[in-house]
Design a protein around this ligand. Structure first.
Ligand code: PLP
Ligand code: ZN
Length: 414
């Protein structure tokens, strides 16, 4: 069942599915920026859908087991690297420290490029193919661009131009090159990106400024996180979902998934959505605390959590927070690094931005905003393995080379 329309998230005007990357033209003419979202004939899909098929192992290797609710229907256009189908697991030490027995992480670090971004590009670059594009571009702090390059490679795109944040890691830039993309490092990333899109026929597999316009199709990949959590909890919706947010699609996407399940009568509840941010870059928290409808611009973003260190964010995530009865919370870099350590001691190597979701859940638990009998899911968006410099700074012991037996005994307190 193909998607039926692009619908404005603000004025609800509808447009045909197509290459619309600058938000709603009607809203723009009225002087505001509004993102477009993909909508479907949910009644027809619900009538035809047998969700038992979502659990069939042969269909489970990628997000495309949910293809009835994804925008690409032509199998020749579907691009996949086996993304999604990630584990929902309890991080032992975090559960012990918080006393929350029903706290889970949705571990997106096991995706093909070790980040949840793979769901975005599986949907978005498949759509680029369906729309006839042969060149893609994206702006990135690291994860988004390396994933875009991998999916551009899988799709056989002729060109993939990625504009990287000045502090993006060399490892991520090298990944982009190895996947066959062309990486550039610069501060004002959107200027040239816009030129590639407007004048040179590139497809933006990215959010663009003003936030969060750009491709409306990537969020369709993220919404499968909501479907998977629902299935993994035994067809149940969690009470709380904590997502580390920057442009906000990481929260808006799963929220859209949960809303669609309810629209189709598959579930009857929605989770409370919590935006997790760093205290040094918290535009959503500032906006939420003031009850604003727009996300304010943060004047001076600073945090170790580079992947969520954008000075602005998109309105759909803020609306989702309000609608769900959730909130936006921030944590200090120390709290984020503490969560990185607790997750590592539970067996999970995650990047600081991802740990922000767990750090915010721990804070909410301390402050009594979540109860012990409630089901809490924290989205773990990316792997620590892609941030070797950060990990090196966290290690408090260097392994001795060729130690004496005496040193081994002493180090092991034998
Ligand atoms: C690891 C990680 N977590 C969270 C985010 C935030 O995602 P979004 O900008 O969609 O809110 C990003 C974005 O780059 C990321 O790389
Ligand atoms: Zn509009």
């Amino acid at each position: 069942m193909p998607a039926i329309a692009l619908t404005c998230t603000q004025c609800h005007a509808e447009y045909p599915i197509g290459p619309m990357f600058h938000g709603c033209p009607l809203c723009r003419a009225a002087g505001t920026v509004a993102a477009l979202g993909v909508t479907y004939d949910y009644d027809a899909i619900a009538r035809a859908l047998n969700i038992n098929e979502w659990n069939v192992p042969s269909q489970s290797h990628s997000i495309w087991r949910f293809r009835a609710l994804l925008p690409v229907s032509d199998p020749r256009c579907i691009v996949s690297l086996g993304e999604g189908n990630t584990a929902l697991v309890r991080p032992r030490v975090v559960c012990e420290e918080t006393g929350l027995n029903e706290l889970y992480i949705k571990n997106e670090t096991t995706n093909p490029t070790w980040a949840f971004k793979d769901r975005f590009h599986a949907a978005s670059i498949s759509m680029a193919k369906a729309l006839g594009f042969t060149k893609v571009t994206a702006s990135t702090t690291g994860n988004h661009g390396s994933s875009a390059a991998a999916y551009a490679a899988a799709a056989g795109m002729a060109s993939c131009a990625i504009f990287c944040h000045p502090e993006s890691s060399v490892l991520q830039r090298n990944m982009i090159q190895l996947y066959g993309g062309t990486a550039f490092v610069l501060k004002d990333r959107d200027r040239y990106l816009e030129a590639l899109v407007t004048d040179h026929g590139y497809y933006p597999s990215t959010t663009m400024e003003p936030m969060p316009v750009g491709t409306p199709y990537g969020v369709e990949g993220y919404k499968t996180i909501g479907y998977e959590i629902f299935l993994q909890l035994g067809r149940r919706v969690p009470d709380h979902l904590f997502c580390p947010i920057s442009a906000g699609d990481s929260l808006y996407g799963p929220w859209k998934g949960f809303r669609e399940l309810r629209l189709m009568g598959i579930s009857d509840r929605l989770p409370r959505m919590h935006g997790a941010q760093a205290a040094g870059c918290n535009p959503y928290v500032r906006s939420f605390q003031q009850g604003l409808n727009e996300v304010v611009v943060h004047p001076d973003p600073r945090s170790i959590a580079l992947s969520i260190r954008d000075e602005m964010g998109g309105k759909p995530a803020l609306q989702a927070i309000y609608e769900s009865g959730g909130d936006a919370t921030d944590v200090t870099d120390e709290e984020i690094l503490h969560a990185v350590r607790l997750l590592a001691r539970s067996g999970f190597l995650v990047e600081p931005s991802s740990a922000a979701s767990v750090a915010c859940a721990m804070k909410a638990s301390r402050e009594g905003r979540i109860r012990r009998d409630q089901t809490v899911v924290c989205l773990i968006t990316g792997s620590g393995a892609k941030w070797p410099e950060v990990l090196a700074g966290l290690v408090d012991r260097t392994a001795p080379v060729e130690p004496t037996w005496g040193q081994i005994q002493s180090d092991l307190s034998l």
